[in-house]
Write a protein that binds this ligand. Structure first.
Ligand code: MG
Ligand code: ZN
Length: 214
């Protein structure tokens, strides 16, 4: 019975998520869980965020990938601490993996922990990690129909970053449609149109993050 097993996994996940949530509250850490398809630009957004904010606020990153330590290495090059979780094929991060990763960070000094989830718009939405807020990233190259196709990812997010807007002139990507669809699912969703590459719109995201922490 597949359904029963899945329910058990999710219940177990919820116990760890609750303990992570308590931990973040106790340490006064704002934790944001970033969800997106592969290649949406999450790591580039985080590299740019690290460079802009590292002298203002203490940030650490937990990187989730099926294989490799590439993304954690990219973050470390910016000067921020980063822990890589290699899921060895699993398509989402679990709250228990976050609990373990937090042991590898000097959390007394931290203001913000960013979790870069495994690239996948489907099941990461089902796994509460105990985060304070959730961000979903959608890049213009992926198409403007994603809110309708993956509603959970957008309905449960606090912030939507529409990335790679510098490419929009080459694509049939209707930003208004995405914003309309996303707001239909989630009227409180905060939306930023950004290009991590050109820095356009990034200041709004930085300000949101700093204010969210307060
Ligand atoms: Mg990445
Ligand atoms: Zn999964």
């Amino acid at each position: 019975m597949k359904i029963k097993v899945n329910k058990k996994i999710l219940e177990r996940n919820e116990d760890f998520a609750e303990s992570n949530r308590k931990f973040f509250k106790k340490k006064n850490i704002f934790c944001i869980n970033m969800i997106s398809s592969p290649g949406s630009g999450k790591t580039t957004i985080l590299e740019k965020t690290a460079k802009a904010l590292k002298n203002k606020i203490n940030i650490a990153v937990i990187e989730g990938d099926l294989y490799t330590e590439f993304d954690a290495d990219r973050i470390r090059k910016t000067g921020l601490p980063a822990v890589q979780i290699e899921t060895k094929g699993a398509c989402h991060l679990s709250a228990q993996q976050i609990t373990k990763a937090l042991h590898q960070l000097d959390t007394d000094k931290l203001d913000i922990v960013v979790i870069e989830n495994v690239g996948n718009l489907v099941c990461p939405s089902d796994f509460d990690l105990g985060e304070t807020a959730r961000a979903v990233v959608l890049s213009t190259a992926e198409g403007d129909d994603k809110c309708a196709k993956y509603p959970k990812a957008f309905a449960q997010a606090d912030v939507l970053l529409i990335n790679k807007i510098d490419l929009v002139k080459h694509l049939d990507f209707n930003i208004s449609r995405v914003k309309r669809d996303a707001k239909k699912l989630n009227k409180d969703l905060k939306i930023f149109e950004i290009s991590a590459k050109t820095a356009k719109g990034m200041q709004g995201w930085f300000n949101w993050l700093i204010n969210a922490k307060r």
